[in-house]
Design a binder for this molecule. Structure first.
Ligand code: HEM
Ligand SMILES: *[C@@H]1O[C@H](CO)[C@@H](O)[C@H](O)[C@H]1NC(C)=O
Ligand SMILES: *[C@@H]1O[C@H](CO)[C@@H](O)[C@H](O)[C@H]1NC(C)=O
Length: 516
């Protein structure tokens, strides 16, 4: 009896010991928290000292050396840097919701309404509501169609100016400015029914002031702010960045609220911009649309929300499209054979009349050119920063919550494993198997929940402008030298040298042009 009790006692003890070992080893070995590899870093700075401008290029050097999934530290901020198609898929598709937040940067606090604007809001009901409103009221096929007249009118006005200046012969034009004025006018035409450049500008002083404000807001977005990565230095406000942001935000909001008020007064005075007014040929603008929604649902469409939406459209929709047009024209001037092929497509499909948006679906080659431009020169090379709201698994590595995610689209677009002769400009590649869409290998607009809602509008705007210019004029480089394709510094990857080109009216379009 005694011996049997002993056996039972020791058996139980042994069993407990095995359980104990098992649970320890499970904690120690079974679920290792393996972080992605990380290049050597400095104390306090982390990897900040490795960031040379342009940033997407220095990050590509890092990922080529250390791998496509890297964990970095920008000062005190943990960063996940992704540079391959499959790991981008892990973040933007598999873990889409986890990575759907945005980091709280100072710019977003001061110039994106305390992180409440659509591009900077955290994932949640407020942001989902904004995406729902904009999907229906701004980016739906119906709305895009409703504003097609604004785009056509602006492109025509550009063509008319170019034709007038060409005096029927060779002439030189600086296209960067033309494209940025065009996209600004298109956006403000949709938003407020006003032009801010060129003829028929209602109030020159107002136009000058507002153009200046928008330019400064965009420039601010490109300035990196020390306090974002060194919060313990943030209170010092080195360089007075925060003060300048606050002042600029105040100026902008004064302007936007006045604009909204002006529309409200006009609505109240008569039926100028109501549905019935529209029937009488009166212009209805996005502000009008928002104000009529405000009448039925005041909580959902406050002045504040309308103001933040206008600001977001201007920040996200003007420079991006204009720079894409400039990169595309630069590439075409360096590849006259591609330019000739695009022109032949236009001559064949459109003939001797001006290109209309309804022609765009008949122009596949033009769209290959746009895709190839966005591949080589994605104007948001690192997309916008995302942030994780929970711990997650990316490519077998553990990524803690609160990590800022950078997707290097520029590097993915030039990955030799995904593209044949990746740095060559070859629009034809989209005709073949390379054009396959299964993998995330062409992501100039991002992917998933946070992807650009303006992509369709942007491709239309770029397509109409580019197509019309190619169709109406013969284009050449200034001199023998190739166009310098160096990238400049800024949030939306600009071309370092503003593009200049030589042009003359196309012979086949002379009749059409002289009747404009
Ligand atoms: C060629 C032109 C454009 C490019 C390359 C572009 C690219 C992008 C990219 C990369 C993002 C961030 C995606 C991400 O975080 O994963 C974005 C966001 C956004 N874009 Fe665009 N965009 C363009 C034009 C436009 C236009 C014309 C509009 C509006 C009129 C627009 C409105 C927005 C908005 C509102 C967001 C924020 C979305 C959110 O955070 O929920 N974009 N865009
Ligand atoms: C942002 O928040 C601060 C303080 O929380 C407030 O004073 C300010 O009015 C807010 N600004 C905007 C644009 O909502
Ligand atoms: C351009 O690329 C996008 C994204 O991959 C794709 O959806 C679209 O069909 C492409 N267009 C053409 C004409 O290949």
């Amino acid at each position: 009896m005694h011996a049997r009790n002993m056996v039972i006692f020791f058996s139980i003890l042994a069993l407990l010991f095995v359980f104990f070992l098992f649970s320890i080893s499970k904690r120690l070995f079974a679920k290792p928290k393996k972080l992605p590899p990380s290049p050597p870093s400095l104390p306090i700075l982390g990897h900040l000292h490795l960031l040379k401008k342009p940033v997407h290029r220095s990050l590509t050097v890092l990922s080529n050396r250390y791998g496509p999934i890297l964990s970095l530290r920008f000062g005190s901020r943990p960063v996940l840097l992704i540079s391959s198609s499959s790991s981008a898929e892990d973040c933007l598709s598999k873990n889409d919701i986890i990575f759907a937040n945005r980091p709280h940067l100072l710019y977003a606090k001061r110039l994106a309404y305390n992180y409440s604007a659509i591009g900077w809001a955290s994932y949640g009901s407020h942001w989902r509501n904004l995406r729902r409103i904009t999907t229906i009221e701004i980016f739906s096929t119906n709305r895009i169609q409703m504003f097609s007249a604004v785009r056509i009118q602006e492109v025509r006005s550009l063509v008319k100016d170019l034709f007038r200046d060409s005096e029927w012969g060779n002439s030189v034009v600086e296209l960067k400015t033309k494209f940025s004025e065009l996209t600004f006018n298109v956006m403000m035409g949709m938003i407020a029914g006003k032009r801010y450049y060129g003829e028929n500008v209602v109030d020159l002083e107002e136009a000058r002031r507002f153009r200046e404000i928008v330019k400064k807001v965009l420039a601010m977005a490109g300035e990196s702010n020390f306090g974002d990565f060194m919060p313990f230095l943030g209170w010092m406000d080195l360089g007075g960045v925060e003060k300048r942001m606050v002042r600029l935000a105040r100026e902008r909001d004064e302007f936007l609220l006045a604009l909204i008020d002006e529309h409200r007064r006009r609505r109240n005075k008569d039926d100028f911009s109501s549905e019935e007014g529209e029937g009488k040929g009166m212009k209805r603008t996005l502000v009008d649309v928002m104000l009529s929604l405000q009448e039925t649902e005041p909580q959902g469409y406050t002045d504040h929300i309308i103001m933040a939406l206008i600001a977001a459209l201007l920040a996200a929709g003007t420079d991006t499209s204009a720079l894409t047009m400039e990169w595309a024209m630069s590439l075409l001037l360096n590849h006259p054979d591609v330019l000739a092929k695009a022109k032949a497509e236009l001559d064949f499909q459109v003939g001797p009349r001006l290109l209309d948006e309804s022609d765009l679906p008949k122009l596949p080659y033009l769209h290959f050119i746009i895709n190839e431009t966005l591949r080589l020169y994605p104007v948001a090379p690192l997309l916008l920063p995302h942030e994780s709201s929970e711990e997650s698994n990316v490519g077998g590595f553990n990524v803690p919550h609160g990590t800022m995610l950078l997707i290097n689209a520029w590097a993915i677009h030039r990955d030799p494993k995904l593209w044949v002769d990746p740095t060559d400009f070859k629009p034809e590649r989209f005709q073949g198997p390379e054009g396959a869409k299964e993998a995330l290998k062409l992501i100039p607009f991002g992917y998933g929940r946070r992807a650009c809602p303006g992509a369709g509008l942007a491709v239309r705007m770029v397509g109409l402008t580019l197509g019309t210019l190619i169709h109406c004029f013969e284009w050449e480089r200034v001199g023998e030298e190739k166009v310098d394709m160096t990238e400049g510094i800024g949030l939306t990857m600009p071309k370092a040298q503003p593009l200049k080109a030589v042009y003359k009216p196309s012979h086949s379009m002379l009749n059409v042009l002289s009747q404009l």
